[in-house]
Design a protein around this ligand. Structure first.
Ligand code: PGA
Ligand code: ZN
Length: 431
């Protein structure tokens, strides 16, 4: 082993995320003075098949949301095994983490402790080499900047309003460069703010968990009208900007009655499919995430076969970045794209396995944040390094969201003429 890469110290601590909830941060040092730090993000609309977060249930501190016990486990059980290992041996290290945990859903030391450790190790190795993280992950020629899918109206579990659909995103894909996409998105964000203020009053410009506005809308239609108006007011049209939705349908599904509660109505899955078809016919929607609850592979397959040639059907809660869930989805034709959230599965190696499987089967990949985030820009580097072509990391607002966009702006500058941006080619069809 090149001793420079040997893990010399590994320690965990508790910090807080963008909702003020505790989260675990892991810091890894190598003999060659490399440092890697990463902290676990946290979802609000979590999939039931995700790796389990370890929290101090029953402890009064932080209302039982503390991660002190996960911190202890990393400082004892994990550091004992990982110290002395080669930080570049990601697969071996991740296998060790899975072994130390010993449960199928990573509930003993926790998916949160595992993801923080796994990624901190990779960051430390990259730092020891002295190369940017995206190059460590993707090689010296990693150059693909992702198209941002920016959530500028928040609903569902991310906002205190009545919108059932969780995310109304703009996709500024009709430009040549990532930095131009950010400019266009910001201009639309300002226009949306003006529109909301003048039509719904001051309280309509409060923002939700992902930095998008959380206006008192009652229907998806109102939100889509606001988006299209803001796009137009900013001087753009469908050739520049499209719309993407994340329904996160599990969060408005009533399991007992088998119905979805949306826009003040109860819809069965056939009616919900019609509901989406109607919106897709009337608005420039190019991507639809989690249109049905996370167990309904059939309905996912039905909508994919209907509109999958024109629209991305993205699986998030249904696949939870898990190769086994994705494999089932592929067999059943349940989608044509997958959201990639490393903390849903736990380790970097398993995240890579899922991305490879997706690619081999013609699925698009979207790197993604969580609604509870920290300031670490790391997923920006992962998006470039893994050539996902797409990224979802909130509105151009709130530091934990802009950290990712700003990192991508710096990467674009660093790459100069070498950088690449797919624009609408990242989608099944140009609008
Ligand atoms: P979450 O939502 O991070 O709150 O789970 C994000 C998403 O559903 O994509
Ligand atoms: Zn989602």
């Amino acid at each position: 082993m090149d001793f420079n890469f040997r893990i010399f110290d590994l320690r965990a601590r508790q910090i807080i995320d963008s909702r003020g909830n505790p989260t675990i941060e892991v810091e890894v040092l190598t003999e060659g003075y490399g440092v890697g730090i990463f902290a676990a993000p946290a979802g609000a609309s979590k999939g039931i098949f995700e790796a389990v977060e370890r929290r101090d249930r029953g402890d009064k501190r932080f209302g039982g949301k503390g991660v002190y016990s996960a911190v202890d486990l990393v400082n004892k059980d994990v550091s004992e095994v990982l110290i002395g290992m080669d930080s570049r041996k990601q697969f071996e290290i991740d296998r060790k983490l899975i072994e130390i945990d010993g449960t199928p859903n990573k509930s003993r030391i926790g998916g949160n402790a595992i993801v923080a450790t796994s990624i901190a190790v990779a960051l430390a190795a990259a730092d020891t080499y002295g190369i940017p993280f995206f190059k460590y992950i993707g090689g010296i020629n990693a150059n693909l900047l992702p198209v941002p899918m920016m959530n500028i109206i928040n609903g569902g579990k991310h906002a205190g309003n009545e919108l059932a659909i969780q995310e109304f995103m703009i996709v500024p894909a009709g430009v040549d460069r990532f930095s131009e996409a950010i400019r266009v998105a910001c201009e639309i964000y300002y226009e949306l703010k003006n529109y909301l203020k003048s039509n719904y009053g001051l309280s309509a410009i409060n923002v939700g968990d992902e930095g998008g506005f959380a206006p008192p809308f009652k229907t998806s239609e109102e939100a889509l009208k606001a988006l299209t108006t803001a796009i137009e007011k900013a001087g753009y049209d469908e050739s520049h900007v499209a719309i993407a939705l994340d329904a996160a349908a599990s969060s408005f599904y009533n399991e007992k009655e088998g119905v979805y509660l949306i826009d003040g109505k109860k819809l069965n899955s056939d009616e919900l499919l019609e509901y989406y078809m109607d919106l897709i016919n009337r608005f420039p929607i190019i991507s639809l995430e989690d249109p049905f609850q996370e167990e309904d592979f059939n309905k996912f397959a039905e909508i994919t076969s209907k509109i999958g040639k024109k629209v991305l059907i993205v699986g998030d809660d249904i696949f939870v970045t898990n190769p086994k869930r994705l494999e089932k989805g592929i067999k059943e034709g349940a989608a044509n794209a997958i959201l990639i959230k490393p903390n849903q599965i736990g380790t970097l190696s398993e995240t890579l396995e899922t991305i490879n499987l997706a690619r081999m089967n013609g699925y698009r990949t979207i790197m993604s944040h969580r609604s509870g985030q920290t300031e670490y820009p790391t997923i920006a580097d992962l998006a470039v390094g893994l050539r996902t072509g797409l990224i979802k990391t909130g509105a151009p607002a709130r530091g934990e969201r802009t950290a990712k966009y700003n990192r991508l702006l710096r990467i674009e500058e660093l790459l100069g003429d070498e950088s690449e941006f797919l624009g609408f080619k990242a989608f099944p069809r140009a609008p």
